[in-house]
Ligand binder design. Structure first.
Ligand code: CMP
Length: 142
């Protein structure tokens, strides 16, 4: 058993649809614990810094526009193989290709803008460590 922590962000589209509680429930039902959570309004600067690895991608500007369009709920999830488990719960990046029962299928359809895919989740131990530290101080994670 490998207990891990990962960062999830409930994105502005899911917040506007009033789906925050239902999405957190998916995590908890799957055995993940919410160690820390808060509501944030990203600025163009903080959104750009968070997604810096995508800076050269053609969708970067639209992604920053979208992530600054409303409130987000970043949270730290903890549990056995939390990084992979969270990614399985989220489903494919493109909600139109996500399997039924995944968060992106169930909360992000219909979807015409790939930035509006309900949730973000860390994709590796390295990105989880960086992304958790981006939003939370160690004292928030006790
Ligand atoms: P996320 O997990 O937040 O990480 C980067 C985000 O870029 C991704 O989810 C999508 O919401 C967004 N994005 C927008 N366009 C694309 C695209 N063409 N390919 C991949 N990701 C995209």
């Amino acid at each position: 058993m490998t207990v891990q922590r990962t960062l999830s962000i409930i994105k502005p589209d899911a917040v506007k649809k009033n789906s925050v509680g239902q999405i957190i429930s998916r995590f908890e039902t799957a055995g993940l614990k919410v160690v820390a959570v808060k509501k944030v309004y990203l600025t163009r600067e903080t959104a750009g810094e968070f997604y810096a690895e995508h800076k050269e991608r053609p969708f970067f500007g639209e992604l920053v526009d979208f992530m600054t369009s409303g409130a987000c709920y970043p949270m730290v999830l903890e549990g056995d193989n939390a990084i992979l488990k969270n990614r399985e719960l989220m489903g494919a990046t493109n909600p139109n290709k996500a399997e039924a029962g995944t968060i992106r299928h169930d909360f992000a359809l219909p979807c015409t803008d790939l930035s509006a895919n309900a949730v973000h989740g860390s994709d590796s131990e390295e990105s989880a460590a960086r992304e958790i530290a981006f939003f939370f101080a160690s004292a928030d994670l006790l």
